[in-house]
Each structure stands twice: as structure tokens, then as C-alpha cells.
Design a binder for this molecule. Structure first.
Ligand code: ADP
Ligand code: MG
Length: 399
């Protein structure tokens, strides 16, 4: 139950032949016209199929990348995505080149019942990111009701996420949006305890609000990644050439003082003189990182400790890898945590993974189906965990 109306709440018989304007997150990697990873496209299929099945004409809106907003840019075109979607759906997808043209409205009205159209990158219009009302009206003209299934864009108040939801009613959450809000929302609002957060990644600065928001709710926060090194500094250790945010050391000190035993830091790390010197890597205690060496992963003891805490949890939220997981063998700590999440899930815990790199890491470990939920929205899931209102969600109809 997410507090917002969803596709499931709509009168099914009333959707036949209606134009469903659906904001999806098709912000996928495209190189030379080839889609590199279709995860986000596949994630939107349940909503698209449900609407198709009810006889709706499905009109899809999405952004892709960061075009300048001054019109068409080949490398940010959604056209290659339309072809991939066609393959996944097994039915044709009409591509709408210019949503600002009168033909665009015509095309949506001429779609067959259950037909699908994909509109070109919303960010080719300058008004999209400015949440310009005229641009929102333009989008609203392409549908008879609005569905937001783009959780990954919900933290942005743009014309196609927020503006249009005020103009086109009903405005409801899609199935993916509902799933995201359900898992993340329950973790924040009514988590089964023990509730453990595992936080890592490069920078403490990007995660500080998440730590603050989670601290009062969780039983433990396990800290890994380069972020841990800023805490080591706060405890007075030298950290060699490890990635540290000097300007956050004081803040880390304050957090340590307030969090007490809730905050669990690594006992040590896997260190090397450089990422490409993994042949000469070794383990070192957290306060024994020599000059010229950097910590690139959590050590064995820490992996075991983190895994045992995670496996004892009933709710786990994981954001941020434990090490430089892109470079073997510094992916081992991240892998260990991924495995612990899978085991906790098998034992009945609810486990949620948020963050782009963490999602990539769990997929790489082949464990994405072994956790309860992997969020499709990096930035959005972070802002949600920070306790912020996502404007794209707030604008949807209340239940
Ligand atoms: P997410 O996308 O899951 O939120 P982040 O973007 O915050 O995660 O962090 C991921 C990045 O953190 C990765 O590129 C990883 O290489 C880096 N990282 C993790 N641990 C370390 C470390 N010890 N030293 C340097 N970089 C690290
Ligand atoms: Mg990232």
C-alpha cells in the first residue's frame, strides 16, 4: 500500500481505447545506435503489457541522457530503444519524432487498441527540465490519462514527470513505480527488525543524508567502500593514498560520536600501491595503512563480520559497493556482501538494493533474483532513503 493510486485502482472497463500516457525510464546506455543494457526497458514491460491488455493505446515518454535541450541530438535519440522495445513486446512500436508537432497528437489517436508509441527524448525540449507548463500541456495532449512508471526520474520535477501529472487525470503510479515505493517505503516506515543498512561507495558526501535518515531507524549501519576511510581519518588514523574527503572528516567525527555502536566500520582493508598493482596487494588493519598505499576493499574479517550481521537481519538496505568492485580482485568484499544479502533473503529477510553501482554489482554476481528488490533508480532511491518527497510521486493522485 503506497498511498498513491495505481494502475490497479483504475476502472478496467474504462481504459479500453483510451490513450495511456506513460512516463517510463528508458534512460539506457546507447552507443552508436545500439542499446547496451535493456534492464530498464524490461522493467517497464509489466505496466505496458497490462495497459495493452486492457485495450489502451499506450504512449510512452522518457528522457535519455543529458542533451542540451536545444532540439534533436542523434546520440540521445530514443529511436534505437523503440526497436529494442518492439523485440521485447513482439509487436510494433510507432516512433513519434516530435511531440511538439500536430501530427504527434494524431498519431496517438490513430494507434490501434493495445498499440504502443514511443515519443522522442523529452529532454530535446527546453521546457522539460524547467518544468515549463506549456511543455507539460504539450505532453498532456498525447494522452487521456497519466501513468508514471519512471521511478528513476521521480526525484526530478520535470514537465514529463511532475508538470503533466497535474494536467492529465487520473494520474496514477505504474506497476514498477508501485513496487519501488512499496519496498523502499516499507523499509523506511515499518521495517522488520533487526534492520541493517550497508553503505559504501566512493564518497561520504553523497551518502551523508542517507546515513542521517537511516540512523534512527536501523539497528546497525555497516560502512564500507572509500567512505570508510573518511571515518578512519576521523578516528585519527592516516589512510595513505586512500580516497578521503578531507572536508568531511569533521562531519564524520560528529557522526561517530552520535551513532555509537550502531555504526560498524571495517576492521581492516585490502590495500595496494595502485589499482593495477593487485599482485602486491595485502591486508592491513584500519589504522595501519602505510604512506603510498590505498585501501581498495574491506578485508576478510570485515567481510565475515558484515555477512554475519546481514544474515541475522530481517530487513536489509544496501547502497554502495564495499570496494572498487569494477577491478578484480577488489570486488571480493562487495561480492561477499551480495552473497550475504542473498542468504538473508532465502532465510526470510526483506532485502533492498539501491544505487546504480550496487545494482550493477549484484547483477554481476548473478544474484539480482536472489534479493527482494533491486531498485532501478539510483538517485531516486537515494533521495527516497534520505526521507525526501519525490516530486514525481507527490504529484500523483492520492488513494
Ligand atoms: P552507488 O552507485 O551504488 O550508489 P557509488 O556511486 O556511491 O555507489 O559508489 C560506487 C563507486 O565507489 C565505485 O565506482 C567504486 O569503485 C567506488 N569505490 C568503492 N570503494 C572504493 C575504495 N575503497 N576506493 C576508491 N573507490 C571506491
Ligand atoms: Mg554510482
Amino acid at each position: 500500500m503506497i498511498g498513491k493510486r495505481t494502475v490497479a485502482d483504475l476502472d478496467k472497463t474504462a481504459l479500453d481505447a483510451k490513450r495511456a500516457l506513460v512516463r517510463v525510464d528508458f534512460n539506457v546506455p546507447v552507443k552508436d545506435g545500439v542499446v547496451g543494457d535493456d534492464t530498464r526497458i524490461r522493467a517497464a514491460l509489466p505496466t505496458i503489457r497490462a495497459l495493452k491488455g486492457l485495450g489502451a493505446r499506450v504512449v510512452l515518454l522518457s528522457h535519455l541522457g543529458r542533451p542540451k535541450g536545444g532540439g534533436f541530438e542523434e546520440k540521445y535519440s530514443l529511436r534505437p530503444v523503440a526497436r529494442v522495445l518492439e523485440g521485447l513486446l513482439g509487436s510494433p512500436v510507432t516512433f513519434v519524432e516530435n511531440p511538439a508537432s500536430p501530427e504527434a497528437v494524431l498519431v496517438t489517436k490513430q494507434l490501434p487498441r493495445g498499440g504502443v508509441a514511443l515519443v522522442e527524448n523529452t529532454r530535446f525540449l527546453a521546457g522539460e527540465e524547467q518544468n515549463d507548463p506549456a511543455t507539460a500541456r504539450l505532453f498532456a495532449a498525447l494522452g487521456d490519462f497519466f501513468v508514471n512508471d519512471a521511478f528513476g526520474s521521480a526525484h526530478r520535477a520535470h514537465a514529463s514527470t511532475e508538470g503533466v501529472a497535474h494536467l492529465l487525470k487520473p494520474a496514477v503510479a505504474g506497476l514498477l513505480m508501485e513496487k519501488e515505493l512499496d519496498y523502499l517505503g516499507r523499509a523506511l516506515a515499518s521495517p522488520a527488525h533487526p534492520f541493517v543498512a550497508v553503505l559504501g561507495g566512493a564518497k561520504i558526501s553523497g551518502k551523508i543524508d542517507v546515513i542521517e535518515s537511516l540512523l534512527p531507524r536501523v539497528d546497525h549501519v555497516l560502512i564500507g567502500g572509500a567512505m570508510a576511510c573518511t571515518f578512519f581519518r576521523a578516528k585519527g588514523a592516516s589512510t595513505g593514498t586512500s580516497l578521503v574527503e578531507e572536508d568531511r572528516v569533521v562531519m564524520a567525527k560528529d557522526l561517530l560520536a552520535r551513532a555509537g555502536a550502531k555504526l560498524v566500520l571495517p576492521e581492516g582493508g585490502v590495500i595496494a600501491e595502485a589499482l593495477d598493482r593487485s599482485d602486491a596487494r595485502r591486508e592491513a588493519a584500519w589504522n595501519e595503512i602505510p604512506d603510498g598505499w590505498a585501501m581498495y576493499d574491506i578485508d576478510e574479517n570485515t567481510r565475515r563480520r558484515f555477512a554475519s550481521i546481514v544474515k541475522g537481519a530481517k530487513t536489509v538496505v544496501w547502497n554502495g559497493p564495499m570496494g572498487v568492485f569494477e577491478t578484480t580482485p577488489f570486488d571480493e568484499g562487495t561480492r561477499a556482501v551480495a552473497l550475504a544479502l542473498a542468504e538473508a533473503t532465502a532465510a526470510g529477510a526483506t532485502t533492498v538494493v539501491g544505487g546504480g553501482d550496487s545494482a550493477a554489482a549484484i547483477a554481476e554476481a548473478g544474484l539480482e533474483d536472489k534479493v527482494s528488490h533491486v531498485s532501478t533508480g539510483g538517485g531516486a532511491s537515494l533521495e527516497f532513503l534520505e526521507g525526501r518527497v519525490l516530486p514525481g510521486v507527490a504529484a500523483l493522485d492520492d488513494r
